[in-house]
Design a protein around this ligand. Structure first.
Ligand SMILES: Nc1nc2c(c(=O)[nH]1)N[C@H]1C(S)=C(S)[C@@H](COP(=O)(O)O)O[C@H]1N2
Ligand SMILES: [Mo]
Length: 522
């Protein structure tokens, strides 16, 4: 009779599981990098699938608490989960290698499904397949070496067993890390930086008027009027910035058009370029939030391009498609209402777009939130009816009429900052207000619930941009509260009711409410 094989020591079993998972990730990343299919890296695919499935309130929480760091936060969270899963895989396999192998295959299938969901390309499945082979292989190998020698007589053999396992583990770990790093490096072969440099400076045929002095009060704490591209807020569904070279980019106009058209980046670049100062806002911006920025966008009027293709009468929306698989729909009547102001943009502040802002081409429609107007890494504009459901609409958000509303009137106090200690008695409250499309005609500030006082406004640049305000007043020592409210160009007042963006459905079409700032005067 043979006795059952000895069980693996706990630490070795867990190590084998963790390293198998690491090796799978490394191999998947390497092959995805080799094939230039970053979306096929199982790690990112699972992350993206998780983002897709994240309930809106959680997403909102993540955007609010981590901001642009929501992506690293997710990736770190995933890494922690994967290490735990690996350890469990190892621990259930202390007696036999079979349960662990079954678990790894199951994880591999989840990864492959996630990849399949993210990319339609069959080539994409090569990376998860490689991950699966690496995971199974490394687990098998380490498991075999982790078993203590069958006889327990000779101490030297035990030591040898331990050394051999340690060495094998180090080899597996180093291999996984090198493969993963190699994948990252290979994915960067597509040199978007060089492509941006080749685009060079963008000189508009019709420049935007210069920003007048007195349009912003950065010395008082407001943002500068134009946001440097690197500081421009970034919101999108991607864990990695899509890399699309200008040389490879084309824009197709399809769907309900008389004649489908296709433009290369160079076609667009050689058209007469217009420059317009536009403030963009994200619908997820909370009262007082940072997802609002302004740039001089350079490009061509969007409607001119669509009209060249000939928009058919049945078309209700323009659906922007992107390399990341993201889509968004802009109601055609709202687009038409902006006339020549809606843009196909190729630059910001005289430079090519930054990769994170949609290089090489994107749309910008003044007056509408980004999620219904501003497709980054644009590849196609499809004229369609509302039967076509874009990305956020599919996920339960109000991205189609009557849920598409113009950007809501907002004002934000930039100075003083929360709980700032000021030396009095003179205090200046300064901030930013916006109601793109209608402009800002008046901002009022109230201190400690007193009378509303008209603030002094910065020079208006145009109705599609934010407008700064300031009010200087004398205050006694102690704690104070400043509140602001703005009026748009039609004299409509910013809504007082605090509505947060919490649930999909009719409400979350942009937060409303007056902002208050508490500070202390010494
Ligand atoms: N391809 C793509 N375009 C996109 C998104 C996206 O996730 N993918 N997000 C949209 C949203 S919600 C906003 S607010 C704007 C933000 O543009 P920015 O990052 O350049 O500020 O991009 C829009 N365009
Ligand atoms: Mo957004």
């Amino acid at each position: 009779m043979t006795s059952p094989p000895p069980r693996l020591p706990v630490v070795r079993a867990a190590t084998a599981g963790v390293l198998a998972v690491l090796a799978a990730l490394g191999a998947g990343h390497l092959v995805a990098g080799l094939l230039l299919t970053p979306a096929a890296s199982p790690f990112f695919a699972v992350g993206n699938a998780a983002v897709d499935r994240t309930p809106a309130p959680v997403k909102d929480f993540a955007i609010k608490n981590f901001g642009t760091n929501d992506k690293p936060a997710l990736l770190i969270g995933m890494a922690v989960v994967l290490v735990l899963v690996g350890a469990i895989v190892g621990l259930v396999s202390r007696r036999s290698v079979i349960p662990g192998l079954v678990a790894i295959v199951a994880i591999g299938v989840v990864g492959a499904l996630a990849v399949g969901e993210q990319s339609t390309d069959l080539m994409g499945l090569v990376a998860p397949a490689a991950a699966l082979v690496a995971g199974v292989g490394v687990f098998w190998w380490l498991h075999g070496r982790a078993r203590p020698p069958a006889t327990d007589d000779a101490a030297p053999r035990k030591t040898l067993g331990r050394r051999r396992f340690l060495l094998t583990s180090v080899v597996a770990a180093v291999g996984a890390v090198v493969a993963g790093a190699g994948g990252v490096a290979l994915a960067r072969r597509v040199d978007v930086t060089a492509s941006r440099q080749r685009v060079g400076e963008l000189v508009p045929t019709t420049p935007a008027p210069p920003i007048p002095p007195g349009a912003a009060f950065p010395e008082l704490g407001t943002p500068s009027f134009l946001t440097p591209a690197a500081d421009f807020y970034r919101i999108d569904v991607n864990l990695e910035v899509p890399q699309l070279r200008a040389e490879d980019a084309t824009l197709r106009i399809t769907g309900l058009v008389d004649e489908p058209l296709e433009f290369t980046f160079d076609d667009i670049r050689s058209m007469p370029l217009v420059e317009q100062t536009i403030t963009m806002t994200c619908v997820s911006n909370e009262v007082g939030g940072p997802y609002v920025s302004t740039a001089n966008f350079i490009g061509v009027p969007l409607l001119d391009l669509l009209d060249r293709a000939g928009i058919q009468s049945g078309a209700q929306q323009v659906v922007g498609h992107s390399v990341d698989g993201f889509t968004l729909g802009t109601p055609l009547d709202m687009l038409r209402a902006t006339g020549k102001q809606a843009m196909l943009a190729i630059g910001m502040n005289r430079e090519a777009l930054l990769p994170e802002h949609g290089f090489p081409m994107r749309t910008v429609v003044p007056g509408l939130y980004g999620y219904v107007s501003a497709t980054k890494w644009l590849t196609e504009l499809e004229l369609a009816t509302y039967d076509v459901k874009p990305y956020w609409v599919e996920r339960g958000w109000d991205g189609q009429p009557p849920g598409v509303v113009p950007i809501k009137i907002s004002s934000r106090i930039d100075a003083p900052t929360a709980f700032q200690q000021l030396s009095g008695p003179l205090v200046t409250v300064a901030g930013t207000a916006w109601a793109q499309g209608r402009g800002i005609s008046r901002v009022e500030v109230r201190i400690d619930g007193g009378d509303w006082q008209p603030a002094e406004l910065g020079t208006e640049v145009n109705r599609n941009t934010w407008r700064m305000f300031k009010l200087t007043t004398t205050l006694p020592p102690g704690q104070h509260t400043a509140t602001s409210r703005a009026y748009d160009g039609d004299g409509v007042m910013q809504a007082e009711e605090r509505l947060r963006l919490i649930n999909p459905g009719p409400v979350p079409d942009g937060a409303t409410g007056w902002q208050s700032m508490i500070f202390t005067v010494a």
